[in-house]
Design a protein around this ligand. Structure first.
Ligand code: UDX
Ligand code: UDX
Length: 463
């Protein structure tokens, strides 16, 4: 089966860049990305490529090449569904905030709504692709909804999880370690798998396209994220041990990472991992394991989250202790708010939790982040519901000049590893701050020796 029209429901961090690359590499396929959020679609269509709704290095070039040629962004969801032979579901699947599984399970409300809409609208056979990260066995539910509410057309479900990391999404999409496609092991299922393999084959080598059954594919995505997050929690747990013993976590990470069985990646100790995926997917894994009666499995993975929370709290406690046991009335400048560099995404960013804890201690926070707006930061804090919006706005201020953000501050906390922080004029920063001037490097990116020579009291993670 040759696909000519693709529809993707959800123009977010995953749907937008992924479809842009599929369209770029397959000029003969029309790709329409739809979203219920009209403002988001308008932003994707903005002639000024600086106004795309998400920031991702290199995305603007790909959008410029394909948009209007075979890549379209639209709010006309129904028309796009009916025209397409293949429909990607790429809506968000946040952790449930209500009812059974609250705080643990994935909220599949939007995915189900998509399935029902596809079933209602489709007048020809469709391949429905799960792009969103979903609990294992979700395809069964989607198939049941499609078959029971559809118009008698045939639906094949595929699972095609996305492994891109934000900030490097365009490179990850152009040169993926692997593409994973799960499907039914029937004749029709295999045809559907092949149709999707053909699309990726436009630029990905065949040996890097892995095909599996549906459940292996769904579970592999959760597992990959759990393993990655586990490495960070492991090294972060050791950072505490390093601080207590005089070992240096960077040296330990290097020493163990040179063992080819362990490998060097994802061993960077930090104030804690953030992002929309790690916490949500592990909680989901824990919930599934518990539901299946696998308590020890659930507890094992839950510890990864407990360690991450501990790391954020430890960072704050250490700040307070170092600053003579009180930060009340003091100003702490934050460098960075995004959950990692090269993205404007702030979901689950450590900065949010660190700010919240410091505000509880009556500190004033002044933030500089090159890509995150003040509105976003205040929204993130308000979402925690710790205090009123008015109070949050009183305690959290922003500045789009880093030097101004640091003026008069008692301390600087580095929360995101943006490259530009390394090349600042730290002497000028020091001169403008209160004394003694503290630096709490939550990302271990600054030069300890340089800062100490200037006069800063410098604290890193794990040394
Ligand atoms: C994705 C995946 O889908 C998620 O499962 C994975 O774990 C992380 O990455 P992401 O692209 O980051 O989510 O989410 P987001 O940026 O919030 O985009 C989702 C989009 O879907 C939003 O623009 C939202 O408006 C849209 N949406 C949601 C719909 O169009 N219809 C809906 O019914 C619900
Ligand atoms: C992750 C997975 O990497 C990706 O494959 C999946 O598709 C989505 O989830 P993402 O969350 O975008 O991607 O970014 P990632 O680079 O994995 O970083 C996640 C968090 O871990 C960030 O807060 C980052 O700063 C932190 N991190 C990462 C560390 O603290 N130390 C490390 O060594 C690596």
């Amino acid at each position: 089966m040759k696909i000519k029209n693709i529809c993707c429901i959800g123009a977010g961090y995953v749907g937008g860049p992924t479809m842009a690359v599929i369209a770029q590499k397959n000029p003969d396929i029309t790709v329409t990305v739809v979203d219920v959020n009209a403002q988001r679609i308008q932003d994707w269509n903005d002639p000024d490529l600086n106004k795309l709704p998400i920031y991702e290095p290199g995305l603007d070039t790909v959008v410029a090449e394909a948009r209007g040629r075979n890549l379209f962004f639209s709010t006309d969801v129904e028309n796009a569904i009916d025209t397409a032979e293949m429909i990607f579901i790429s809506v968000n699947t946040p952790t449930k905030t209500y009812g059974a599984g609250k705080g643990m399970a994935a909220d599949l409300k939007y995915v189900e709504l998509c399935a029902r809409q596809i079933a209602r609208v489709a007048t020809s056979d469709k391949i429905v692709v799960e792009k969103s990260t979903l609990p294992v066995k979700t395809a069964e539910a989607i198939q049941s909804i499609l078959d029971n509410t559809g118009n008698g057309v045939n639906f094949q479900i595929l699972s095609n999880p996305e492994f891109l990391a934000e900030g490097t999404a365009m490179r990850d999409l152009a040169m993926p370690d692997r593409v994973l496609i799960g499907g039914n092991q029937t004749k029709e299922g295999k045809e559907a798998i092949n149709a999707l393999v053909a699309i990726y084959s436009s630029w990905v080598a065949k040996e890097n396209i892995l095909t599996t059954n549906l459940w292996s594919s769904e579970l592999s995505k959760l597992t990959a994220n759990a393993f990655l997050a586990q490495r960070i929690s492991s090294i972060n747990s050791l950072s505490a041990l390093c601080e207590a013993t005089g070992a240096n976590v960077s040296e330990v990470a290097k020493a163990i990472g040179m063992d080819s069985r362990i490998g060097p990646k994802f061993l960077q100790a930090s104030v804690g991992f953030g992002g929309s995926c790690f916490q949500k997917d592990i909680l989901n894994l824990v919930y599934i394991s518990k539901s299946l009666g696998l308590t020890e499995v659930a507890d094992y993975w839950h510890q990864v989250i407990i360690m991450n929370n501990y790391q954020r709290e430890r960072f704050v406690k250490n700040m307070i202790k170092t600053m003579y046991n009180t930060v009340s009335g003091k100003t702490i400048a934050f460098l960075g708010w995004a959950f990692k560099k090269d993205t404007n995404d702030t979901r689950e960013s450590a900065a949010i939790y660190v700010a919240d804890m410091l505000i509880e201690e009556q500190a004033t926070i002044k933030v500089y982040d090159p890509k995150v707006t003040e509105r976003q930061m205040l929204g993130d804090l308000d979402y925690l519901n710790t205090r009123s919006q008015k109070e949050n706005a009183r305690y959290l201020q922003t500045n789009d000049d880093p030097y101004k953000a640091l003026e008069g501050a008692h301390a600087v906390a580095v929360l995101t590893e943006w490259d530009e922080f390394k090349s600042y004029n730290w002497q000028a920063m020091y001169d403008a701050m209160q004394k003694p001037a503290f630096v709490f490097d939550g990302r271990n990116i600054l030069d300890k020796q340089e800062l100490e020579t200037i006069g800063f009291i410098y604290t890193a993670i794990g040394s």
